[in-house]
Design a protein around this ligand. Structure first.
Ligand SMILES: [Zn+2]
Length: 119
């Protein structure tokens, strides 16, 4: 957390335990507790969910909502899938069956992915 130890005199600058950068430079994703949570330490669960009137959405859950910017991820997924989407309850919904595109996009960003193949 940047500035956490500001004002204390330490011989070594406080650095991130992961990237070894000073904390005010470090851009590692962190969770609510301030611990670094890299994409590879997060598993996205991807499954289909039926909505009313035969509509289907692809639901992506399981990502840390603090370490991962869900609005930013939604934007990327909407453009790579060419579909609309929304965020609800720390999960991302993309319209239609987009499991493959979503899984590919998340993998390319370094996330672990678990796809539920059932319809
Ligand atoms: Zn770092």
């Amino acid at each position: 957390m940047p500035g956490l130890f500001a004002g204390t005199s330490l011989e070594r600058p406080v650095t991130c335990e992961v990237c070894q950068q000073p904390l005010d430079v470090c851009r590692c994703p962190r969770n609510r507790e301030g611990r670094v949570v890299q994409p590879r330490q997060q598993t996205a669960a991807i499954r289909l969910e039926k909505r009313g009137k035969g509509k289907i959405v692809t639901l992506i859950s399981g990502l840390d909502p603090v370490a991962t910017s869900l609005p930013e991820l939604l934007k990327k997924l909407k453009s790579s899938c060419g579909a609309g989407g929304a965020i609800a309850d720390d999960a991302i919904q993309v319209q239609g069956d987009q499991r493959e595109k979503v899984a590919n996009q998340l993998r390319s960003m370094g996330y672990q992915v678990r796809v539920n193949v059932q319809r």
